[in-house]
Design a protein around this ligand. Structure first.
Ligand code: ZN
Length: 178
């Protein structure tokens, strides 16, 4: 397994609609495992393929507590088949928008269908943080970031700050690559 570099906003790859996975073959499974390892190392509770520069419909999620048993979900082509009328609000962050958080409103309970790492079609229901996290990761596959759910004023403030910190990073990167 390998830890992959995570792309941060603004980056055009985070705004693209990802392509479906045809079969979860050994190469895809390896990518899923690398994404999971990358997510644990970050650390994060979810990661979508575009965040590591792969524009395919793959997400990994694990919202279990650090000290408990790990409960990883590796999913290809996830699709929502039911969402609750009831909404919930959760303060979300994103590995591609480091150190920025905002309250996002989403359906509280979901049911989804996906292909697992053994290439089997599965269905699962989720609520709480798991439901929020899955919906956040699925948004990435459509080129949608959590800041797209909040006011333009707040979104632009966050994106401007990220752009500024990226520019500030550039000379450092130059030294590091020498
Ligand atoms: Zn994210």
């Amino acid at each position: 397994m390998a830890i992959l570099p995570i792309i941060t906003a603004p980056d055009p790859r985070l705004k693209k609609v990802c392509k479906p996975v045809e079969t979860v073959d050994p190469e895809t499974r390896r990518l899923m495992e690398d994404m999971l390892e990358t997510m644990y190392a970050a650390p994060g509770i979810g990661l979508a393929a575009p965040q590591v520069g792969v524009l395919r419909r793959i997400i990994v999620v694990d919202v279990s507590k650090e000290d408990g048993q790990r409960q990883p979900h590796m999913m290809a082509n996830p699709e929502l088949i039911r969402v609750s009328d009831e909404d919930t609000s959760y303060e979300e962050g994103c590995l591609s928008l480091p150190e920025h958080y905002a309250e996002v409103v989403r359906p509280a309970e979901i049911k989804l269908r996906y292909i697992d790492k053994e290439n089997e079609i599965r269905e699962m229901a989720a609520d709480g943080v798991l439901a929020t996290c899955i919906q956040h990761e699925m948004d990435h596959l459509e080129g949608i970031l959590f800041v797209d759910h909040i006011s333009a004023l707040k979104r632009n403030m966050i994106l401007r700050r990220l752009l500024k910190s990226k520019r500030a990073d550039k000379p450092m990167a130059k030294y590091a690559t020498v």
